[in-house]
Ligand binder design. Structure first.
Ligand code: PLP
Length: 382
């Protein structure tokens, strides 16, 4: 089988294209002709199936080592569909630090359908085991969490899940299939916000659910068709284009993260850096991704530092070519009360970087001038 990087570039092919187009054609049609009554066409209706979407879904399934993949209009639409396999009365054990939107979906939406959850620190296998109830149906977690980059390996949780007849569901958004392939380590369902690394350019909203069991694939297809939040053909084409450079973008992002980490470690204004170590990543994860968080020493004004940055755009999201900066306490996690933020380890001085593919020296220079302005001010005031 071709290497991952080659699969990225040569992935979505439309074998029916009569012109030999080297990129994935966009089929905007929402309805398709029956050759004659009594003969079912390959596609009949856009929501139920679309050649552009199918090509990128097939590529995503192969990249993740799955049997089938389903593409949606956003990561949240993908998560909604994946969680729709459960029934009233079911219970899930979920990671304490899962994406806030997922938490909201579970607490404010699925709770009304009597799907209950217990949130635990999934790094603690005993805590996960203790949270399993007779009606538990799945363990749901993120291998690397936002914004503190806490690492949970798949294999031990998948083993525990299978002992209890549960599914293992992994939101792999923070690593992408280039750095982590949870299905190969025992997960049953892998989800992505493809809005991030997979599309990679802050211009496509998309989500993916990949599975390896044919029966689960059939169930998810029915749900995708029933809920209808499918990825549109033009966006499927853009996602396919973004995927071609996934490995090359991430290689550069990882190199930049290393340079920034080395720089930040030497800064007196920086108290702590959050980024997974090689030991934490273990055998399952090739690297920790392009997100890096750090905490400033008390007295250095994090808001002022963030406001002084020029190259890092003040914005949520991650995984794209441009570097972004955000203050979790005031942006991505602003919904939490100060007490909830403190319990989640999110201090007012915590800054999160989503590192892009710019020249590392320019990113460092930008951070240097922003930190220097506040460090000097701090010294003057003292
Ligand atoms: C880990 C994770 N999962 C899911 C989502 C939701 O994806 P989307 O914004 O594409 O709906 C996000 C968005 O930030 C995320 O970070």
């Amino acid at each position: 089988m071709a290497k991952f990087q080659t699969q990225l570039v040569h992935g979505p092919v439309d074998t029916n294209d009569p012109y030999g187009a080297v990129v994935l054609p966009i089929y905007p049609a929402t309805t398709y002709a029956y050759p004659a009554l009594g003969t079912a066409p390959q596609y009949d209706y856009g929501r139920s199936g679309n050649p552009t979407r199918h090509a990128v879904e097939a590529q995503l399934a192969a990249l993740e080592g799955g049997q089938a993949a389903f593409a949606f209009a956003s990561g949240m639409a993908a998560i909604h569909a994946a969680l729709a396999i459960f029934q009233a009365g079911d219970h899930l054990v979920v990671g304490k630090q899962i994406y806030g939107g997922t938490f909201r979906l579970l607490k404010e939406f699925f709770a009304r359908w009597d799907l209950t959850i217990t949130a635990v620190d999934t790094r603690d296998l005993a805590a996960v085991a203790a949270a399993i109830q007779p009606n538990t149906k799945a363990i749901y977690f993120e291998p690397v969490t936002n914004p503190l980059l806490q690492v949970t390996p798949v294999a031990p949780l998948a083993r525990l899940a299978h002992q209890h007849g549960l599914l293992t569901i992994v939101d792999n958004t923070f690593l992408s299939p280039y750095l982590a392939q949870p299905l190969r380590w025992g997960a049953d369902i892998v989800i992505h916000s493809a809005t991030k690394y997979l599309a990679g350019h802050s211009e496509v909203s998309a989500g993916v659910v990949t599975v390896k069991d044919p029966a689960l694939a059939q169930r998810l297809y029915q749900i995708q068709n029933a809920l209808g939040a499918v990825l549109a053909p033009a966006e499927a084409h853009e996602l396919a284009r973004g995927l071609k450079t996934l490995a090359i973008r991430l290689d550069r992002q990882l190199a930049n993260v290393t340079r920034l980490q080395n720089f930040l470690q030497a800064q007196p204004a920086v108290q702590k850096i959050y980024y997974p170590t090689k030991a934490e990543l273990g055998r399952e994860y090739r690297a920790g991704g392009g997100v890096l968080s750090f905490e400033l020493v008390p007295g250095v004004d994090a808001v002022a530092v963030v406001n002084r940055l020029h190259l890092f755009t003040r914005a949520v999201s991650l995984g794209a070519v441009e570097s972004l900066v955000e203050l979790p306490s005031q942006m991505s996690h602003a919904e939490l009360t100060p007490a909830e933020q403190a319990a989640a380890g999110i201090s007012p001085g915590l800054i999160r970087l989503a590192v892009g593919i710019e020249a590392a020296s320019d990113l460092i220079a930008d951070l240097q001038q922003a930190l220097a302005s506040q460090t000097i001010r701090c010294q003057e005031e003292a």
